[in-house]
Design a protein around this ligand. Structure first.
Ligand code: AMP
Ligand code: GLY
Length: 429
């Protein structure tokens, strides 16, 4: 008998649980390791106590266990060069190289790339010198957007409505270094308006395959008020994005991005996720992510009908053009349940109740994020704790099912947004 394929999924969030859940359904019946995983991934495989950014520790583990395929999912290990390191050591790994992942890890790199290839994005300048940045700022119209160039857990973007606010943001980033090295370089850019959408594509460097479009809800508060978070809920596909717009996004965003990366000798392999704003002048790129979105992936995995392992193999082996990727024609959504206080300080270690009841509806799947099992008790262990996902014949049905399931779950301080998908529903009614 052939040995089972051994996979290592790096990361421990809801996204990684969803990817593991999907891969566990593969006809290959693989053995799955998660590093570090969470209380949900224990049911699918083996959690390994190695942090996602300990790329040398992960290499050692993959060599020792003879891992057949590693999935590098979060931004940090990609930015640290885990793909390069594994490949240099002859290991099979899915994800972009450190250099290609700069599309996400350096906003300055991404903006200069977009300018070089005429990709649609907000007008901008990049700065490494505080005084020059301050002078430039004084000449700009308000509101103005200031971004730390490096990775800042999604917190390094400031939309400033006054000159004072803008100067404070600049000072905090460049002089006080509140984001550490991520603020050594800043991007100052034009403020855009319009609905925001998430687009994803699998790529093998030459060809790409576009996912259904999705929408995240990044603010903590309903009606998109309050602080930015990692993401509080997602829906897919978006009923207001028609085939014409999808073609436009493919032609004006995805294809030229891949072509530009190839032109620069920096071919991108993995999942490319451009965050777009649909402005009156057409779609504009707000940012690139060099990975699957979280919580977009929890929603996407409910809709993906093909074997994810086949897709990943095709990306690594540059055979994506031979593969037809199938997506369900249903709708899906994910509602994030977060700890009280998130995205600021929050307490951990609260007992979680009701997941089993929530999943008694076969259209519901609860993905774990910040959870831990302690002496047989399931407890909260992070800001975003669970993602309650549901599928339905349409968006309204998926949302109704997910929200009904949410009522079964509780933990001390639990908060969630009650308006996921609401704006989109109002557009189609
Ligand atoms: P980013 O991490 O660059 O996607 O920015 C985080 C969030 O800030 C985005 O999801 C948008 O809501 C907002 N944002 C970023 N850039 C702009 C811009 N140029 N104009 C308006 N809003 C922006
Ligand atoms: N959904 C936001 C992100 O993954 O960056």
């Amino acid at each position: 008998m052939q040995n089972k394929q051994k996979n290592l999924i790096i990361g421990g969030g809801g996204r990684e649980h969803a990817i593991g859940w999907k891969i566990a359904q593969s006809p290959r019946k693989p053995l799955i390791y998660f590093a570090p995983g969470n209380a949900g991934t224990i049911e699918l495989g083996i959690n390994v106590d190695i942090k996602a950014n300990d790329i040398n520790g992960l290499l050692e583990f993959a060599k020792k266990e003879k891992i057949d395929l590693t999935l590098a999912i979060p931004d940090d290990p990609l930015a640290l060069g885990i793909v390069d390191l594994f490949k240099e050591n002859g290991l099979r790994i899915f994800g972009p190289t450190k250099s290609a992942a700069q599309l996400e890890s350096s906003k300055a790199y991404a903006k200069n790339f977009m300018a070089k290839y005429g990709l649609p994005t907000a007008k901008f300048m990049t700065f490494t010198d505080y005084d020059t940045a301050k002078i430039y700022l004084s000449m700009q119209r308000l509101p103005i957007v200031i971004k730390a160039s490096g990775l800042a857990l999604g917190k390094g973007v400031f939309i400033c409505n006054s000159k004072e606010e803008a100067e404070l943001a600049l000072e905090n980033m460049m002089l006080k270094k509140v984001f550490g090295e991520a603020g050594n370089e800043v991007v100052i850019e034009e403020f855009l308006t319009g609905p925001e959408i998430s687009t994803h594509a699998f790529t093998d460097g030459e060809n790409y395959s576009f996912f259904p479009t999705a929408q995240d809800h990044k603010r903590i508060g309903e009606d998109d008020i309050g602080e930015n978070t990692g993401g509080m809920g997602t829906i897919a596909p978006l009923p207001f994005v028609d085939e014409n717009l999808i073609q436009k996004i493919k032609n004006e965003v995805v294809m030229p991005t891949m072509a530009g990366m190839n032109e620069d000798g920096n071919s991108f392999e993995g999942v490319i996720y451009p965050g777009l704003m649909l402005t009156e002048d057409g779609p504009k790129i707000l940012e690139y992510n060099a990975r699957f979105g979280d919580p977009e992936t929890q929603t996407y995995m409910r809709l993906l009908d093909s074997d994810l392992l086949d897709i990943i193999d095709a990306c690594i082996d540059k055979k994506l053009s031979n593969l037809e990727i199938k997506w369900s024609n249903k709708s899906a959504c994910t509602i994030v349940l977060a700890s009280g206080g998130y995205p600021a300080n929050y307490e951990k270690g609260k007992e979680i109740f009701g997941i089993h009841e929530a999943e008694s509806n076969k259209n519901v799947k609860v993905f774990h994020a910040g959870t831990i099992m302690k002496e047989g008790i399931l407890m909260t262990n992070g800001g975003r704790v669970l993602g309650v996902s549901a599928i339905g014949e349409n968006l309204q049905q998926a949302l109704d099912t997910a929200y009904e399931a949410v009522t079964k779950i509780s933990f001390d301080g639990m908060q969630y947004r009650r308006d996921i998908g609401k704006k989109t529903l109002s557009l189609i009614k």
